[in-house]
Write a protein that binds this ligand. Structure first.
Ligand code: EPU
Length: 322
């Protein structure tokens, strides 16, 4: 029995992509089929990527983007995987991770700025900045993100957000063209950066608030860490699942609706912080989505508030799922 024509065509587009990539990518770049994504996320759920790549160079990243866009195939960027839900069935696309060491650069420059590569983890950025006596990055300590993901989401904590310290972002368009954008040219908001919804950040020039002594920076980092450890759960999660509605905290609202401990399968509303859905060990993405729907319905009924998901859903539109 033959497969339906649409599937044959789609399959061959992926085969062509793989052949083109194998011919053009350097040997240092990892390229696989069917790579499991769940273990690469902090929520620890989700199926495989159709194609998965870890480019070792900017030229290889350009090839990945250009070859995919030329064939109309979808590309998804994977950062630290902390603000992300991967569907159980996986992702029919090319998933690209800047996990190679080449992207983890931290380079203080003579003009006072710091270059941070998109693959650098914020925790490392924070530690390296403290060591160099650079103030202004302390709020990033507990955000489990890479620089690229933090730029994409304008990630924030403790009253600060990523673009507070950004001067200039270097990016590739989905067609693989390089652009340099000043912060003032970008459209940035709470947990949102419009330009990076359709482009890939290579890294950014950051501006420290001040030069000071390492001990003072470390002290502030420790204070934030203590606050976070008290107020946020330790179990696997995707961080805050909903954006805060104007003027209030989603966690407080869900808590006031009596929904802490609410459970679907292995997914549970954390008893520590109600805007975290934690994975009790055997959660599926379907469990989490069902719990998200339930929380939205209950909060809407009790308080008239429409909670909007903060986490990204790989390969699917939240509007289809909710
Ligand atoms: N609260 C409750 N019950 C709860 C949770 C919170 O009553 O279950 C109350 C707290 O007592 C506090 C208020 O709600 O009075 C705000 O709580 P919190 O300080 O934890 O801040 P949040 O608004 O819930 C935001 C960010 C977090 C970030 C923290 C700390 C969003 C959606 N969340 O949470 O970011 O870590 O501030 O700065 O903006 C994330 O984006 O993934 C994330 C975790």
């Amino acid at each position: 029995m033959s497969a339906p024509p649409a599937i044959v065509e789609r399959g061959s587009a992926w085969d062509e992509l793989l052949a083109a990539l194998r011919a053009r990518l350097s040997s240092a770049t990892k390229l696989t089929e069917g790579e499991l994504l769940g273990p690469k996320t902090t929520m620890r759920v989700g199926g495989p990527a159709r194609v998965y790549a870890e480019p070792a160079t900017e030229a290889d990243l350009q090839v990945l983007l250009a070859e995919s866009s030329a064939r109309g195939l979808r590309v998804f960027m994977l950062g630290r995987g902390s603000n992300l839900l991967v569907p159980d069935e996986g992702v029919d696309g090319l998933v690209v991770s800047l996990a190679h060491a080449a992207w983890q650069t931290f380079e203080p420059r003579a003009d006072g700025r710091v270059w941070a590569g998109a693959g650098l983890r914020l925790k490392n950025l924070c530690g390296l900045a403290a060591k160099a006596g650079l103030e202004g990055f302390e709020f990033m300590e507990g955000i489990p993100a890479t620089v690229g993901g933090a730029l994409r989401m304008n990630a924030g904590a403790m009253g600060g957000w990523t673009f507070d310290v950004v001067e200039e972002v270097h990016l590739l368009t989905l067609a693989g063209e390089k652009r340099v954008m000043r912060k003032a040219e970008m459209h940035v908001d709470y947990r949102h950066c419009a330009e990076l919804a359709t482009a890939v950040a290579l890294g950014a020039f950051l501006r420290p608030k001040a030069h000071t002594d390492t001990a003072a920076v470390k002290l502030q980092i420790e204070e934030y860490a203590a606050k976070r450890q008290k107020s946020q759960p330790r179990e696997p999660s995707a961080g805050c699942i909903f954006k805060n509605p104007p003027g209030t905290s989603a966690g407080r609202v869900i808590d006031e609706c009596g929904l802490k401990g609410e459970r679907v399968g292995g997914a549970e509303v954390s008893p520590v912080h109600a805007n975290f859905i934690v994975n009790r060990g055997d959660a599926t993405c379907a469990d989490i989505l069902e719990l998200v729907r339930r929380l939205r319905v209950r909060v809407k009924a009790a308080r008239g508030i429409d909670l909007e998901p903060e986490v990204m859903l790989f390969g699917r539109d939240w509007r289809e799922v909710l």
